[in-house]
Design a protein around this ligand. Structure first.
Ligand SMILES: C[S@@+](CC[C@H](N)C(=O)[O-])C[C@H]1O[C@@H](n2cnc3c(N)ncnc32)[C@H](O)[C@@H]1O
Length: 440
């Protein structure tokens, strides 16, 4: 085993370990992440080789890069002592490579050219014989330093807390700008329910969306999760009860964009299967239709209604049954618009878990977001199904409420997990009502 240094993003630090675990599992990599610390962007891991390091980090959204670790210490001097101890077994392969040095500070002030040159010169003892190539180096040797911000003046301390030196093995998609590229405002089509770029991509990593897999979002809206899934190579399919969201706006308007345009824009149109207008609780998909992965953001009832087909107005229901237009039942005509009635989110979630238990292959994942008030009794709110193991509950905190990303894995018939149905959750989770009464 060899030592590698992970350089992580300081965004959503409570999601980072789960994302890496998920990627390690996807690629069959055994790695101990138990020393992960949410307060630090640096983490040393042991891996067999560069291949594993590349796979672990390449598609990570909450990691920036991974380095083969050559040495580290609490200051530059101690770091050099460590590098000198390890250099003989590390330098050999790269002695003649074209290289460049990179110096990175976490929370520190950018070094002047003179300070940088001094640091680079201090590595003479490595005996690198290759050419320095700033444009197209074969290897990037990197010094990483972390600083503490002083409370007194909010400036970094003059000396680093710790220094690392390593050879860059892999930059992540984050370092290639993926989060920015998928920013909502850059898409041709988005709406009030569009899910943010960074966490859509993270959700797809937790769902282990992979090349060629069949991905389904039953509450597709403007398609954020499908767009992110297509980026990771999944074939995407979605449904939504709201025809106008799928279609892209009011009929009759010119130049209407819809979610298919977003796939076109990002060059992933070949990964766009289709979307259909359907009430998920009256599912029209074939019973034997297998789905590899389900990712979604069910309706919370805040920006969009938790609606199903049906009506509470019995008189109008009766009328619908008997009304004939041109000799045909009105409800069988193409232009018939189904009435809709409101239900609670819990109603929808049990259907979602049962659907996942029926359609996913063993090992397949269901990932969805669930809102809760901060003072709610969370464990009692989370739906559970005996064939689905809940492996992560990751919290994104807002002021008076939070949402959780729940990650489930479908298990085989020998697994007998916990069940928490909507009857057991009843009366505990009226999120919509509490949101509008400001959680008082
Ligand atoms: C939170 S939004 C999903 C947003 C989506 N992730 C996006 O990026 O736009 C929930 C969606 O569920 C849809 N929905 C509500 N009730 C539904 C039902 N019974 N069946 C299918 N979709 C439903 C809403 O129309 C809405 O588009």
């Amino acid at each position: 085993m060899k030592k590698y240094l992970l350089y992580l993003a300081q965004s959503h630090p409570n999601f980072r370990k789960a994302e890496l675990e998920s990627l390690a599992d996807l690629y069959g990599i055994k790695v101990d992440l138990s020393n992960h610390n949410e307060n630090s962007p640096f983490m040393i891991v042991q891996l067999e080789n560069d291949e594993q390091a590349k796979k672990l980090v390449k598609r990570a959204v909450l990691a920036k890069a991974i380095y083969e670790l050559w040495g580290h210490g609490d200051d530059l001097e101690k770091m050099h002592e460590d590098v000198k101890r390890n250099k003989d077994k590390l330098v050999g392969r790269f002695k003649k490579s074209r290289f460049k040095f990179v110096i990175l500070q976490y929370q520190g002030k950018k070094k002047t050219r003179k300070q940088q040159t001094k640091i680079m010169d201090s590595f003479q003892y490595l005996g690198l014989e290759g050419k320095i190539d700033l444009e197209n180096p074969e290897e990037k040797f990197t010094v990483l330093e972390t600083y503490t911000i002083q409370k007194s003046n909010l400036e970094p301390r003059p000396e680093p807390d710790h220094c690392w030196f390593g050879r860059l093995v892999q930059l992540s998609v984050r370092s290639d700008g993926i989060v920015d590229k998928y920013e909502i405002a850059k898409r041709p089509y988005y709406g009030t329910t569009t899910f943010e770029s960074e966490l859509s991509l993270v959700t797809c990593n937790l769902a282990q969306v992979r090349d060629g897999a069949f991905i389904y979002d039953p509450f597709v809206g403007t398609g954020s999760f499908l767009l992110a899934s297509a980026y990771f190579g999944g074939y995407t399919f979605g449904s939504d009860i709201d025809f106008l969201t799928l279609k892209g706006g009011r009929p009759g308007k010119k130049n209407i964009k819809n979610l298919e345009d977003d796939f076109e824009y990002y060059g992933t149109h070949d990964k766009f299967g289709d979307v259909i207008c359907m009430d998920f609780t009256n599912c029209a998909l074939r019973k034997d239709m297998k789905i590899d992965t389900i990712v979604c953001d069910p309706p919370y009832g805040i920006r969009e209604g938790v609606k199903v087909c049906g009506t509470t107005n019995m008189a109008s229901a009766e009328l619908t049954k008997t009304t004939l237009i041109e000799g045909q039942h009105a409800f069988l005509r193409k232009d018939y618009v189904q009435p809709k009635k409101s239900v609670s989110l819990d109603f929808m979630l049990d259907d979602l878990l049962q659907f996942a238990a029926d359609r996913l292959p063993v090992g397949g994942r269901l990932c969805f977001w669930m809102p809760a008030a901060n003072d709610a009794d969370i464990p009692t709110l989370i739906p559970q199904h005996q064939r689905l193991e809940l492996i992560h509950t990751l919290v994104q905190q807002f002021n008076k409420w939070s949402r959780r990303l729940l990650v489930y894995v479908k298990r085989d018939e020998h697994y007998n997990g916990k069940t928490v149905t909507r009857e057991e959750r009843a009366h505990k989770n009226n999120f919509r009502e509490r949101y509008f009464s400001q959680f008082s």
